[in-house]
Design a protein around this ligand. Structure first.
Ligand code: FES
Ligand code: FE2
Length: 348
């Protein structure tokens, strides 16, 4: 049985995945959850299981303009607080036990954030900052996919971007390897991986995406901020070799991972372009994120899934991995995650 951090915000989905009047089923940390919007448009989340005969509430429908969810099997209705508010059978009495758990959920940065711990501790100020996911000021190209691997392997993958030259040659990695160096820093429970690569010949996709002249030698900055459990901001900047970073093409991204189970992960990723660039940037942001989908699907996903299968349920540390210079940030993030898990375990 895998243990997950409880008192932390998990990405439940993109905000526009939950339309008014609809129910979205999602499994997070082995728990089945139904998401919807209430009569005021606020996102809500309930345990996706009717306490009568265990039917998924997501197979029912929203009633009373979003104030209740009606079970699709025998019609019990549950309010946004999880309490049964209507029993169409017999004398209509509502059994005391007819209640489902409700989860705090917050819409922020174009995402829905779900709190798995004690509701009183659900402080929205703990949601990491992703200001470039504010659709009022930015065009956001966004996407998602499901990965058959443990979510921590996905954090490892983003925190060590030295892999782009080997796993992504010709797509995201250099046409010819440059010289890369990774530096790790930690600020409280936040880990940063900063990688600088100088004098690269970029793959064609990146000349096209950045508008830099084909074949020009370039420098690349790849700075990743990790927040528990697996929410990462990647600032990916590319410029002509030797020029200051301020003159580079700067692209903020997110890579956010939500454990479905110990063996499955939802991957939400996006990049953003400022609206002041003009209307063309809207389509460009979508095109650029679709440019990432190919390598993510055909290069990262098979590798991380194969790695997960090879581990066969054993823990990372039990397998005594060989550690290299490039592992600093991923190992640091794993240690912070382990410390947070241990702190939660000792508090209960
Ligand atoms: S299973 Fe939900 S009302 Fe019967
Ligand atoms: Fe990758």
């Amino acid at each position: 049985m895998t243990t997950y951090l409880k008192n932390v915000w998990y990405v439940a989905g993109w905000a526009d995945e939950v339309a008014a009047g609809q129910l979205l089923a999602r499994q997070i940390c082995d728990e089945r959850i139904v998401l919807f919007r209430d009569d005021e448009g606020q996102p809500r989340a309930l345990f996706d299981q009717c306490p009568h005969r265990f039917a998924p509430l997501s197979m029912g429908k929203l009633c009373d303009g979003g104030r209740t969810v009606q079970c699709g099997y025998h019609g019990l209705r549950f309010g946004t607080d999880g309490r049964c508010s209507h029993n169409p059978h017999g004398d209509g009495r509502i059994p005391i036990k007819a209640v489902v758990r409700q989860y705090p959920v917050v819409e922020r940065w174009s995402l829905l954030w779900l709190w798995m711990g004690e509701p009183e501790a659900a402080d929205p100020a703990l949601i990491p900052e992703f200001p470039f996911l504010d659709a009022a000021s930015w065009y956001i190209g966004k996407d998602q996919m499901s990965i058959d691997a443990n979510y921590v392997l996905e954090s490892d993958n983003i925190l060590d971007l030295s892999h782009i030259e080997y796993l992504h040659p010709g797509s995201l990695g250099a046409g010819t390897p440059g010289e890369g160096k990774t530096v790790v820093t930690q600020e409280g429970k936040v880990v940063w991986s900063r990688r600088f690569i100088s004098n690269e010949v970029l793959p064609p996709f990146l000349y096209q995406a950045t508008g830099l002249p084909d074949g020009a030698l370039c420098d690349r900055w790849l700075d990743v901020r990790w927040n528990a459990p697996a929410s990462m901001y990647l600032q990916a900047d590319i410029g002509l070799a030797g020029k200051p970073r301020e003159q580079s093409i700067q692209t903020p991204q997110v890579h956010l991972f939500t454990p479905v189970s110990a063996n499955q992960t939802l991957y939400f990723y996006a990049l953003a372009m400022p609206r002041f660039l003009g209307d063309w940037a809207e389509a460009a942001a979508q095109r650029a994120v679709m440019g990432l989908r190919g390598p993510f699907l055909s290069e990262d996903k098979p590798m991380v899934e194969a790695q997960h299968r090879a581990m066969a349920g054993r823990s990372f540390w039990d397998m005594s991995p060989v550690l290299l210079d490039i592992d600093g940030p991923a190992v640091r993030a794993r240690r912070v995650l382990d410390q947070m898990l241990a702190a939660e375990a000792s508090a209960t």
